[in-house]
Design a protein around this ligand. Structure first.
Ligand SMILES: CC(=O)N[C@H]1[C@@H](OP(=O)(O)O)O[C@H](CO)[C@@H](O)[C@@H]1O
Ligand SMILES: [Mg+2]
Length: 519
């Protein structure tokens, strides 16, 4: 898609002429304001400038608001809004004034000059949001803005009639982050609550809820997605097409996992381990930026992917502890830190903050001896604390935390996925006459009885590069769980198959023998 600047002049000549009689005007306190009859060419040119500004800001969305605020009805006006909802950068106010005041014949050259001075690549995407007030001439002026954006091959989102603050608020996309989320409510309470909550989000996050009135957890929900490693039924087709960002909560909305389907049609899961690393990494950065001394740690269970543990310890340099399965154990351990992040791989977890942490961050947000930047960062941390449900894992609060961090980083799910590569893993069930013949120790990782079983597991595991496997009786179902991970999917499946059969033979399996999973 290359942009032919001649169209900039052609449009102006045909539809949005600047007459010689029109006097120079200036980008003032709130953009350009004048009698509505004088504004057509101004609007067109602000459409051009908004597209250029978007390209200059790495394709983030720029807002154009058409209003003359408190002025009488015959006036109208236009102002530009920067990607995070702030007023247009002051240096660009001058570019706006210059662009508006050149004659039509110089328009093309003036646009080329801005591109050159600001190093703008016109092949980049340009995104512009347009809103207007209720003045009768606003729709017509909005057309002129849109023509300006289109002349430079930008993409336009028209919000129609909105208040000025609403348009500022909509500017919440940045980098690769898009504010569209597909939300699988598992046909449970999580869908009802989200449908109510959407109204309060006021468009800041576009949440499309699906699986809201069928059979609870049936072929949907966080557990189905995590265990079967595939999308739930009911996912809108468009979410697959557009590599849409999706999440699933479970039947009582205390777990959440994220996923998308990549360009090659491969299902990609971002589970509790990923959520823990994303949140912990962001918090660590903020804490360091505002220079508060706090002890931070992450708590996992044996089901955490080995690659995540490696990433947290060796790359993020955050200490990790491993506890028995069940959030009550993780929560207890996390209390040992000032900022304790705990998540089970299945997406159940939260962050807890000590009183000391809260006080230190609160103090930092008002500490005049720190830089303004540090105080702002501390305030941001206070908002993160407010957003967290510290009592227990909460799918909706966790989802909002994830969205906040992705937005702050300008990440899509591919960016998030790229932080490390999961080891292939398998979770199997084995049926025994009495699952309690198996007892375990060392945070579920070692079998104590039947005697000799652990040695045999070790022998099997030793055959597989990066192999790890452990077995334990479930605390919620009448089964024994077998977890396996290794270097390749085929090896992982083989490892799980061998360990499952070993358990079946040594611990009193019932029914049919475990079969090998598909690779
Ligand atoms: C491997 C796995 O996901 N186990 C789950 C499951 O416990 P089991 O004891 O493994 O059945 O349900 C628990 C309650 O929801 C949850 O805390 C735990 O993580
Ligand atoms: Mg639950």
């Amino acid at each position: 898609m290359s942009v032919n600047l001649r169209s900039v002049f052609a449009f102006a000549k045909e539809y949005h002429q600047k007459k010689e009689s029109q006097k120079d005007i200036q980008y003032g306190t709130a953009g350009f304001r004048s009698h509505a009859d004088n504004l057509d060419y101004v609007m067109y040119r602000m459409g051009l400038l908004a597209a250029l500004r978007s390209r200059a800001k790495a394709s983030q969305a720029i807002g154009v608001m058409i209003t003359a605020s408190h002025n009488p009805e015959h006036d109208n006006g236009v102002k530009l809004i920067d990607p995070l909802g702030e007023m247009l950068e002051q240096r660009w106010e001058k570019l706006a004034t210059d662009l508006v005041n050149v004659p039509d014949s110089d328009l093309e050259a003036q646009v080329a000059k801005i591109c050159e001075d600001e190093k703008i690549d016109n092949n980049e995407q340009a995104k512009v949001f347009v809103g207007m007030d209720t003045r009768y001439h606003s729709p017509q002026l909005s057309r002129a803005v849109v023509n300006g954006i289109l002349a430079l091959k930008g993409t336009v989102t028209e919000f129609g009639i909105v208040t000025t603050p609403m348009l500022h608020y909509f500017q919440n996309e940045g980098g690769n982050y898009r504010n569209q989320l597909y939300y699988d409510g598992a046909n449970g309470v999580g869908s009802l609550k989200m449908l109510g909550f959407i109204k309060k989000l006021n468009g800041a996050l576009n949440v499309k809820v699906f699986n809201s009135n069928g059979k609870i957890n049936f072929k949907c929900g966080a557990d189905f997605v995590k265990t079967n490693h595939r999308v739930p039924e009911g996912l809108p087709e468009e979410a697959l097409q557009a590599s849409g960002r999706c999440c699933s909560v479970d039947g009582d909305a205390d777990r959440v996992v994220y996923y998308f389907t990549d360009k090659d049609g491969i299902f990609r899961l971002l589970d509790g381990d990923r959520i823990a690393t994303l949140l912990a990494g962001y918090l660590k950065d903020l804490i360091e930026q505002c220079d508060v001394q706090l002890k931070m740690g992450l708590v996992q269970t044996a089901y955490a992917n080995g690659a995540s543990t490696d990433y947290i310890v060796n790359r993020m340099k955050i200490p990790v502890s491993c506890t028995r399965t069940g959030v009550k154990h993780l929560h207890h351990k996390a209390l040992e830190y000032d900022v304790g992040v705990y998540f089970e791989a299945n997406g159940h977890g939260t962050i807890i903050y000590s009183d000391k942490a809260k006080q230190a961050i609160q103090a930092a947000s008002q500490d005049e001896s720190r830089t303004e930047e540090q105080r702002k960062t501390a305030s941001k941390l206070l908002q993160i604390i407010d957003l967290t449900n510290e009592t227990v894992g909460d799918a909706i609060s966790d989802m909002l935390l994830v969205e906040t961090v992705l937005h702050a980083k300008g990440w899509n799910l591919e960016d998030w996925l790229a932080s490390y590569t999961d080891l292939p893993n398998v979770l199997e069930k084995v049926y025994l006459a009495d699952r309690n013949v198996i007892t375990v120790t060392d945070a579920d990782r070692i079998v104590e009885s039947p005697e000799g079983l652990q040695d045999s597991i070790n022998e099997i595991v030793a055959k597989f590069p990066k192999g790890r496997s452990f077995v334990r009786p479930s605390g919620t179902e009448d089964i024994v769980r077998v977890y396996a991970e290794a270097d390749t999917r085929a090896n992982t499946v083989q490892l799980a198959f061998e360990v499952a059969n070993l358990v079946f033979d040594r611990a009193g399996g019932v029914g049919s023998r475990p079969v090998k999973m598909e690779c």
